[in-house]
Design a protein around this ligand. Sequence first.
Ligand SMILES: [Zn+2]
Length: 456
Amino acid sequence: MEKVINYIKSNSDSYVEQLKDYLRIPSISTSVKHKNEMKKCANYVAGQLKSAGMKKVKIIPTAGHPLVFGELIHDKKLPTVLIYGHYDVQPVDPLDLWKSPPFEPEIRNGKIWARGANDNKGQNFVHIKSVEAFKNTGTKLPVNVKFLIEGEEEIGSPNLSKFLKTNKSLLSCDAVMISDTSLYQPGIPTINYGLRGLCFMEVEVIGPNRDLHSGSFGGAVANPINVLADMISKLIDKNGRITIPDFYNDVQKLSAVERNNYKKLKFSDAKFAKELNVKKLAGEKGYSTLERLSGRPTLDCNGIWGGYTENGAKTVLPSQAYAKISMRLVPDQDPKTIAKLFAKYIKQIAPKSVKVNVKELHGGLPIVVSFDNPAVKAAAKAASKAFGKETVFTREGGSIPIVVEFAKQLDVPTILMGLGLDTDNIHSPNEHFNLSNFSRGILASAYFFEEFAKIK
Ligand SMILES: [Zn+2]
């Protein structure tokens, strides 16, 4: 193992040069014009997997952009990790805001600047290079490895779910490793063990059969906007609790260990409030800000419209009013059940003076992977070794649908060992990746194989 670690340390400059080649390919999945570049990038990844010692490397066509697969199964008794990543990137506009061209990678201030540097080329390259280091030093890889690098993550992975469903044996493994998230803070190794789900609804409140003159009709007819505002205000009580009956029934309580983990992250409410330019934070009573941000469900009105909203005045009593309302969910809440509870309650609190329709727009399941899981522990230990600091465990407030798909289809733990920083400008101009996180990431990946070998 020492040989591998020394090899990785002495090759860091060469790794950066190789990463530049990967970053030069403008693999923008959403752009029809870049179809050939997508193929070129898939070929590049396949070549990298081959030179890392992967067997059965193949470029698998889909209805959209191809997937790249490779595996090294050299001992059936060893545990197998499936490493997932994506070679596609976000579009680059507005181009004039980039300090250096997005597909001409440049090193400045210890960072590599290019589209895809963090999301996700830099982060998946880490694992390819760590596997390669074992091969190049003649060291037996202590585990079996499979790679699945897709080209459609940035457009919602429309073909991945079907591929997972129909290729379970090809992808069978003991854990999935994904590096596509962020460190909690610079220099702090981080395992993300939970993601929230989502239930997205639209409410329509219908009043009179036409917009009315508020002078002639005001006082006699219910105003749909007033009614809708009143209904929305009833969805959360003064303690920040969601009032929908049975809403919290399936919520997994935060364990004492988890609450302690949250505490250890030493989150500053004051700093957070200052960054957002708000005087005071708000939310559910009895929970810390970090707990409310990722470990508890929420309800937010995302948009509300109706009546007259142009310049000046128009004394209208509108016929209709609308709102989009989303709820972030935590395990074991089910978006379908929550949608039903929401619709039932909204209709129940609506006055007889209006008609109410409720539509479910979109939903996604929440997930947590127990941090007691041996695979997760192995990753935490590996990251600690690479970064020289204790690994922290966090949950994400948002959702990553593919993680839920992996859990559903393959039924194995997913490890989110992110190496980026929230300030890396992913999806924005001037995306970058810290070279220190890049090289520590390669080490963390190598240490992970060593630790993961012990789980069986
Ligand atoms: Zn992305």
